[in-house]
Design a protein around this ligand. Sequence first.
Ligand SMILES: [Fe+2]
Length: 438
Amino acid sequence: MIHDPEKLRDRAASALLAARTRTQALTTCVDEPDLTAQHSPLMSPLVWDLAHIGNQEEQWLMRAVGGLEALRPEIDSVYDAFEHPRAERPSLPLLAPTEAHSYVDEVRGRVLDVLEKTPLRGDRLVEQAFAFGMVAQHEQQHDETMLITHQLRRGPAALTAPPPPDTAEGVVGPEVLVPSGHFTMGTSREPWALDNERPAHHRLLPAFRIDTTPVSNAAYLWFIEDGGYRESRWWAPEGWRMVCENKLEAPLFWRREGSGWVRRSFGVTEPIAPEEPVLHVSWYEADAYARWAGRRLPSEAEWEKAARWDPHTGYSRRYPWGDEDPGPEHANLGQRHLRPAPVGSYPEGESPLGVRQLIGDVWEWTSGDFLPYPGFQAFPYREYSEVFFGDAYKVLRGGSFAVDPVACRGTFRNWDLPVRRQIFAGFRTARDAGPEDA
Ligand SMILES: [Fe+2]
């Protein structure tokens, strides 16, 4: 919690600025035809994301918080994600790239004015600058979406970044025991936490064991080479159907070359790095691998307990390493790198029980459906999370290299369909504690 309103304004302004710097980078590194093209029916044209970012900012910060008159009310429906599925978006009367850029700039100018003038108290929407934090997170989430579009785009590389540091050393072992007992899941204190992360509540879990690192490409290759994609017994029925219908035999973007495998990563074809966490697998693939390995996916509560619970104090931390905001020494976040770091990296980001890379690198599929916590209240709008609750979506935790720290916490929840493979998702496995743990 920040009590000084000036500090709060600074924090909000720098979160908005960081998001915009990234948006600019993602939308100026390719030319106009690339911005307006649809690179995959799963994704919007980049120029749709760009103006949608500005339109949400206009609706929430200019209109709802600032009480200002609408700048471009006629485009609200074009950029309404619920009105138009992604496949339909290229056929809409979209703002042209230069127009979209000047629209988002114009909105931002007015919003910075609103931020100066708004007393950041008295109303839940502005308390602790929540709405500004929410809009900065929204923009960063679309930046991640645009990065996925860049990954799907054909053609030469448009983005570059240095590789992440390899600091894989001193891992305590392949898995750790998380003892049975209560822990606090979710949050009621984190000022910019979204509605689905709230409220904090107690969970009682039996003892379990969880991998200290995400599953590597090397481990996943054993599954492939062992005929994992050819045997229905490892797969949930829907997953097996997906494998057969699409003739799947490896993660998305992988291709056999000679006796090995290569993959396409942001326009570059390269050999599979065995030490990196596996990336671009669906929930069904993660689930099948875990079954083949004689294990299972962790539940969402198990994941969060492994990430946040401190056995010395009994409290849940904000992050695995403690309460301080993520730094480059803790986790691979914020698109500083365009790939996950080798498994076992980031010793300084380790949880008290010795689990690594829970935050950053790859989103991690959990076994669970996306459901509300007890006492959930939709805020500030039902469409943020409530309309997605149910058994259609699986929960992902921890963020990836493509997630900005502002949109990543120990409590942050992401969700997607179990067939999705283009997202930056991997997984780790778990199992029930055995008699040797009693
Ligand atoms: Fe959006």
